[in-house]
Design a binder for this molecule. Structure first.
Ligand SMILES: *Cc1c(COP(=O)(O)O)cnc(C)c1O
Length: 361
């Protein structure tokens, strides 16, 4: 960081950027990385590289942040949503297969599948890659929330044709705003590099033969990213410790469950999420959220499923009841790496005091 300032290299490209890309690629064990202004930019470029055109269909997770679907819409393509698996909260591989079988029998082939690693938990890539291969549909991994996680011992972000990370302010590491596109396909990453810098053709003047974007991360923010990457392992340990502590403090409450951790991987536990079944807990998730808010503690419902968003009204959804139920019952608890044990105890005490199991006074 101070190197970048001292060298006066406050320019769009520079040595910090190259070093950050190298170090990120090493961290996630993927040959090539491109640092970008946001994770959304990475998803958008991935679809551009796949040649997504108006009218194409993009199949993606129903339970996600809206950016996953919006990048399809940016290109005039149509997002189609597939429900979550109740045990992983991620793209259900069986429903994905159903969707692709039906598309194939109607003579359609979606231009891409985007699978999300929700709240840091990897999707089930053995199953998802097999389905995508069967129907010859390219896969993009939206690992925006999952830097530092793994699936069967391999870092998340490395599955499918492209992986995408976010370094937005709320993610596990941050450059205030930023993202990255990673791939084993070096040529595709070079093409993305070109598109991300206004697609300037080699010429002494400004020559453009294709539509580009202003999507590069600055050299200065890359320096921040390098420092953040160094603390990633500690951040993951801190977030996992927070999830464990919440489990200890809350596990006995009837009707309250932590997001299950799939046995195929290791989550960075970006956010600790719980579900609250009102029939057993006594009150619903919203009552718990409000009890926390009354003590000035911010918690949030899970992502609202895409098929319930006014923006995507009328879009096809396969299933949807699982994501809906998770949205109704799910709550993201405060999970910042800097939370101390007494903060967690205080939060847990408020959640506990909201619980009114049947039979209690
Ligand atoms: C944060 C996030 C994004 C977008 O990343 P930005 O860097 O904010 O553009 C995309 N997908 C998911 C699942 C996210 O959580």
């Amino acid at each position: 960081m101070s190197d970048a300032v001292a060298s006066n290299w406050i320019a769009p490209v520079g040595p910090e950027l190259e070093a950050f890309e190298r170090e990120l690629a090493t961290t996630v064990d993927v040959p090539h990385a491109l640092a970008l202004a946001s994770g959304t930019a990475g998803l958008h470029l991935a679809l551009r590289l796949l040649g997504v055109a108006p009218g194409d269909e993009i199949v993606c997770s129903d339970l996600t942040f809206v950016a996953t679907a919006n990048v399809a819409t940016y290109l005039g393509a149509r997002p189609v949503f597939v429900d979550a698996d109740p045990t992983t909260w991620n793209l259900d591989p069986h429903l994905l297969r159903e969707e692709l079988v039906e598309a194939a029998s109607a003579g359609r082939r979606p231009a891409a599948v985007i699978a999300v690693d929700l709240y840091g938990q990897s999707a089930d890539y053995d199953a998802i890659e097999a389905v995508c291969a069967e129907f010859d549909v390219p896969l993009i991994e939206d690992a925006a929330e999952a830097l530092g996680s793994s699936y069967r011992g391999r870092p998340t972000g490395g599955f499918g044709r492209f992986g995408v990370f976010s370094f937005n302010g709320n993610k596990i590491i941050t450059t205030s705003g930023g993202g990255a596109l990673v791939s084993a396909d070096g040529e595709a990453i070079e093409r993305a590099r070109h598109l991300a810098a206004h697609a300037k053709d080699p010429a002494p003047h400004y020559e453009h033969s294709t539509l580009g974007y202003n999507y590069r991360l600055s050299n200065l923010l890359a320096a921040v990213g390098r420092g953040q990457l160094r603390v990633l392992p500690e951040r993951v340990e801190a977030r996992r410790a927070i999830a464990r502590r919440y489990a200890e403090l809350l596990a006995d409450l009837p009707g309250l469950e932590l997001m299950p951790e799939a046995d195929y991987g290791r989550s960075n536990r970006w956010l600790t999420c719980v579900t609250i079944e009102p029939a057993r807990f006594g009150v619903d998730r919203e009552a718990v959220r409000l009890a926390l808010e009354a003590e000035n503690i911010e918690s949030r419902p899970l992502w609202k499923p895409m098929h319930l968003q006014p923006l995507y009204a009328g879009h096809r959804v396969r299933g949807g009841a699982v994501a809906e139920r998770l949205f109704e019952t799910g709550l993201c608890l405060p999970s910042g790496s800097a939370l101390r044990d007494r903060d967690l105890e205080r939060i847990a005490a408020i959640v506990r005091s909201a619980c009114r199991p049947r039979g209690s006074a």
